[in-house]
Write a protein of this length. Structure first.
Length: 168
């Protein structure tokens, strides 16, 4: 069995984890928007716990595993292309929204609900834009090599790392 035999399995795992991650990112702002102080204390605690636990135990692990399987696929499929780098720029946007949701969950918790989480529309629109952009790039795999890319991204600069790298 060679490493390349792992590709279809890794891709299936990648698709599964990214589906859970993106579904979670779309659902969490909706759950946050329901942190309404006029709710009964018990109802408020319930929605707050559900948001917290799904973020910590489902959406964040799915994000880490989607990124890890994607990173492994880069090297196994040897996908060193401009469309993948463009995809990673958009994935960074997903990670930023993920971090913002985490920050909002903590702020709501620490202010005992006095912090009004924003409406879910804007985060939802940003997420849909990012996800659609990623899917277009990864499924169409457009030839972006003609794109003007900074010179420092195109050729090695002959600089050395600030630490010794063992050469096998
Ligand atoms: C840092 C995070 C990620 C990395 C490093 C990554 C990397 C990769 C790589 C190398 C492939 C294989 C491409 C090929 O076989 O030609 C792939 C496939 C795929 N990725 Fe990602 N990915 C990441 C996140 C995501 C996210 C967030 C989404 C969706 C929102 C996504 C959607 C897909 C899809 C749909 C495929 C299958 C494409 C195909 O079979 O041709 N990826 N990813």
């Amino acid at each position: 069995m060679s490493w390349t035999d792992l590709i279809p399995h890794l891709k299936a795992l990648h698709l599964g984890f990214l589906a859970l991650w993106t579904a979670g990112l779309l659902a969490l702002p909706q759950m946050l928007a329901r942190h309404d102080r006029s709710l009964l204390k018990s109802e408020f605690t319930q929605i707050r716990r559900a948001t917290h636990y799904s973020y910590v135990w489902a959406v964040t692990p799915a994000a880490v595993l989607a990124i890890a399987t994607g990173a492994a696929l880069i090297f196994l499929r040897e996908v060193f292309t401009v469309w993948l780098f463009a995809k990673l720029v958009l994935v960074t946007g997903l990670v930023a929204v993920h971090a913002w949701i985490g920050h909002t969950i903590i702020t709501v918790a620490e202010t005992d609900g006095r912090h009004e989480p924003p409406d879910a529309l804007v985060p939802g629109l940003i997420l849909v834009g990012l996800i659609l952009g990623i899917l277009v790039l990864v499924l169409a795999k457009p030839e972006l090599e003609e794109l003007p890319v900074p010179a420092w991204l195109q050729a090695p600069l002959g600089r050395s790392l600030p630490f010794d790298v063992p050469n096998r």
